[in-house]
Design a protein around this ligand. Sequence first.
Ligand code: NAI
Length: 647
Amino acid sequence: MSVTVTHRGPIAVVTIDNPPVNALSLAVRTQLFALVEALDADEHVRAIVLTGGGKLFVGGADITEFGRPVELPSLPALIERIENAAKPWIAAVRGAALGGGLELALGCHRRVATAEARFALPEINLGIIPGSGGTQRLPRLIGIETAIRVAAENLTLDGTRAAELGFIDRLVQEPLVDAAEAFALEALSRPLPEPASRRPLATPAATAWEEATQRIGRAARGASAPLRALEALRFGAENGFEAGLANERAIFLELRASDESAALRYLFFAERAAPRPAGLRGIAALPLASAGVIGGGTMGVGIAAALRNAGIPVVLVERDEQSLERGLTALKAIFEAARKRASLSEEEAEARMRGVTGAVGYEALAGCDLVIEAVFEDLAVKRDVFATLGRVCRPDAILATNTSYIDPRQIAEGLPHPDRFIGLHFFSPAQVMKLLEIVPIPETRPEVLATGFELARRLGKVPVRSGICDGFIGNRILRRYRAEAEAMVRDGVAPSAIDAAMRGFGYAMGPFEMQDMAGLDISFLHREAARARGEAIAETPGDLLVRAGRKGQKSGGGWYDYAPGNRTPIPSPDAARLIAPLVGAPLELAPDRIVARLIDAMALEGQAILDEGIAGSPSDIDLVEVHGYGFPRRHGGPMFLSSRQPS
Ligand code: NAI
């Protein structure tokens, strides 16, 4: 049974027990609906407490049902039935009441919750809006402005805040059901409050809606659900509850069938599966109480910050005092910036730095459970580092490299215990970007691999296992993407047209703007090195720019020109002249053709990566693109898109 009833005198306690998140599946809805009828008819029952079994109230609808037509009783019908019950229903909430769970609580006549309870409407993250009255009942209880924040901007309310807003009638402590029963008994003598649907709602001025539209539209970056949630809120505020409810349901059903929602649901499941790869079930991670980072440059500092943000003490090692000082200063600046954004308090920012030990000698690493190397991208330098680590670290410490391109098997050569070696490839800025590519070598022990996944979990990152190839999954696809973008330039398409098309698709930046920001010289040097080894690599337009000193923003220009102190790209006649020998007659391509060419190139490289066994699944590749390279979430990823388009 997923829904149970126990009787405590005149109070019936209804508990939804549907692990893991008490989702409102068809079975749960059917049982609840029948219970409302039965309890209405039961003359011994005077009030009902509705609660969730385990640690939470209800995590939401059952999204595995989303691909099918809605089966009855629908959630809106159930909630309406509860609202119209002859006896008072009291929601008793601990933990999360999310989406449909919050909507269910809104249908009850009264609500109690613990201070730590959490209320949210996360539907927009799945490309839909609340479809069971969330956008209609919530504003009638907490006011339209906060309801906009909750339904269209992902604001979570805790129990305390919800009580201040009048949405929770009483804050209670555990044991929750005892407290809810006492509240229900007291309330028996009072008249039933108006249900949420019949309460009045003040309509804000048109300017307030305009302001919200601007704000939400900017944050949504092309995703449609947040603005549709706002539309549902506004329609209900202006046209009354009944019309608002019908309109909300219509938008919900339309979005539920949209490509955007399919993409976002696909990513939701991929992200949930990523931390628990099939091959590692039952293999325990090793202890991770302290970590070392070698190299206090761009990556080392970001990795150290990510570790500290997860509460792990860090030893940061540099090659000399001056570099160490620079690294520690950069690390401090990260926490300082977080303090200024108010995401860290002053004490927290200080505590983050107190957990960092700077050192020039490697001896300081002797006690670390894990050491991550982020020194120059140079095999000889890296081998030296690991030879030293092999001597100073505990024999059971995990040794990891953050290399972007070098074969980790070569880096590990000669190590006394290669079974504890692994690639952990972070993305810049490492304290922000969610992707962690985990690259075992053939000798890596399963426990060490499991610890890589455990580290990702602790750092709040999305782990993807990659096999060994040049650039692993992400940089290999990036190279193909760039090559295709340059091929289009050769065909005569303007770089600015390509960038504009990719921004229109949802990237924050197009491929040429991105190269200008990151610097053109890194991949140029990579190609030059390959040429020096005798590989036949043709001259590219990018090579012509670097040879003329145009390395990107840092040298004042690359594919674009830049005004001093300004990062806005300006199309460059100089760059056009420099690359002219490799470029055909001007060609205008429609933006969707440009996008299709680049997505196809990425998907083809992805398919090769799958065929070679470098990636375990298409969704792993999509997770890499979304979390490491800014692929717009609402499109799911290159593999997802190409699987849905007729080729
Ligand atoms: P960086 O040049 O900013 O930093 C490297 C740091 O290592 C320097 O501060 C240097 O003083 C220090 N260092 C060099 N030899 C050392 C030694 N023997 N002992 C201690 N410290 C030493 O380089 P960045 O960008 O941080 O890259 C580091 C590694 O991370 C490279 O392997 C790179 O390929 C990889 N990587 C870089 C990404 C990026 O976006 N920059 C992204 C992912 C990986």
